[in-house]
Design a protein around this ligand. Structure first.
Ligand code: PMP
Length: 449
């Protein structure tokens, strides 16, 4: 089938996620046909450095045949069996054990799902079950943050704080949102340090307003990913920790993006020294090779939900899919054996930080930020006032298209450009990324002049 036939069929039959169907019909789509290492190639043969690791998931890039082989072998041995009705499979036991080893201390239980969204729904179910079994059924409210992303199921989307999403569905009424720690966008005249404390105090105020006896949990990503790689000011997490220490409220860390090495530590919770009660993961657990998600359950929570009787009436057909678990085991083995995460922490992360920061000198860049193998930059018309090019923040889309033209996949969240390259990227490829980003910025500045 030729390219124009494929594009026609795509238009006729495929509804793409998070897409304006009407616009896409006019613009058409890019057909990605193959990938290797840190690069993807489209149907026209254009090879692009994948600055987004697929969708934040292919942390080891695209050439790890060990993972593909592990999946294939499993599919030939036992392609499927469920973990309901007193059954289990060897890959699911082994992955549960391996995850207990690499996740923060005290997280020794896992509930598997097929995705991050399903895992956050699972969290809502576990939170409720936990407080019910503890005899505190009035603890129902879950606090999240504006502009957070926690998935697209009704539970995940209710936890998320993106206003555009909330306009299109009816949110669960026991979830509420507080201010995000986005200094560049919302910090005003405060210093980043002051603003970090301010945003953390919003949690305390909300808990007091609702009454601590009614609050079940606080959920957050260590760094907001899809919201624009919002790295909180250094004062934020220590202050949140202080707030949470005062109350009996569960901490749910959504590690779907930052889990498995993105910060240069295994989990964002490790980086910030947090001790979550529940921890959502997905994406990079299988290097994106097979759908798998789950939630790590701390001993504190597990002791309650395991020790008291009664069925936990929750689960998915594909919870602990054996081939997915084999993909997870192969991925963890590579991360451990090749010391990939140490390399991000010690070498490539600091190198990216140095090179990415150079882009702050560009006339249309208001701020750059990065940590480990993730980064963002803010497009502005005026550096000192942080004014955007227009109210609808369309500069980001222009810059993304320019970037693709130059052979680099960057993502735009409004006028925030974000990158999350594979953890295996070399320092030479970091140079390539920064040079291409620079060219994209030059072209964007010209186009918007
Ligand atoms: N939580 C976070 C922080 C995410 O970034 C995502 C996906 N981008 C999800 C949850 C949902 O995961 P999935 O798309 O696998 O359902």
């Amino acid at each position: 089938m030729n390219k124009s036939q494929l594009l026609q069929q795509d238009r006729d039959h495929l509804l793409h996620p998070f897409t304006d169907f009407h616009d896409l019909g006019k613009q058409g789509t890019r057909v990605i046909t193959n990938a290797d290492g840190a690069y993807i190639t489209d149907i026209d043969g254009q090879r692009m450095l994948d600055g987004m690791s697929g969708l934040w998931c292919c942390n080891l890039g695209y050439s790890r045949n060990e993972i593909a082989d592990a999946i294939y072998e499993q599919l030939r041995t036992l392609p499927f069996y469920n973990s309901f009705f007193q059954c289990t499979t060897i890959p699911s036991i082994e992955l549960a054990d391996a995850l207990s080893e690499v996740t923060p201390e005290g997280m020794n239980n896992v509930f598997f799902t097929g995705s991050g969204s399903e895992a956050n729904d699972t969290n809502l179910r576990i939170i409720r079950r936990y407080w019910d079994l503890k005899g505190q059924p009035e603890k129902r409210i879950v606090i999240s943050r504006q502009n957070a992303y926690h998935g697209s199921t009704i539970g995940g989307a209710s936890l998320g704080g993106m206003s555009g999403m909330h306009k299109q569905f009816q949110s669960l009424d026991y979830i509420t949102h507080i201010q995000q720690p986005y200094w560049f966008g919302e910090g005003g005249d405060m210093s980043p340090e002051e603003f970090g404390v301010h945003a953390a105090r919003c949690l305390d105020e909300k808990i007091q307003e609702l009454g601590p006896d009614n609050v079940a949990a606080f959920i957050a990503e260590p760094i907001q990913g899809a919201g624009g790689v919002i790295i909180p000011p250094e004062t934020y997490w220590p202050e949140v920790k202080k707030v949470l220490a005062q109350y009996d409220i569960l901490l749910v860390m959504d590690e779907v993006i930052f889990g498995f090495g993105r910060t240069g530590e295994w989990f964002g919770s490790d980086y910030y020294g947090l001790k979550p009660d529940l921890m959502t993961f997905a994406k990079a657990v299988t290097n994106g090779y097979f759908p798998l998600g789950g939630t790590m359950v701390s001993d504190r929570v597990a002791e309650v939900i395991k020790s008291k009787g009664g069925e936990f009436t929750h689960g998915y057909t594909y919870s602990a899919h054996p081939a997915a678990c084999m993909a997870g085991l192969a991925t963890l083995n590579i991360l451990r054996n090749e010391k990939i995460i140490d390399n991000v922490r010690d070498t490539t992360g600091p190198y990216l930080a140095k090179r990415w920061a150079e882009l702050a000198d560009h006339p249309i860049v208001g701020e750059t930020r990065s940590l480990g193998m993730v980064g963002a930059l803010e497009l502005v018309k005026d550096k000192s006032s942080r004014a955007r090019f227009d109210d609808d923040c369309t500069a980001g889309g222009v810059c993304r298209d320019m970037s693709i033209k130059h052979g680099l996949v960057m993502r735009a969240t409004g006028d925030t450009m974000i990158i999350a390259p594979p953890l295996i990227i070399t320092t030479e490829q970091v140079d390539e990324l920064v040079e291409k980003a620079h060219r994209a910025l030059d072209d964007t500045a010209k186009a918007l002049a």
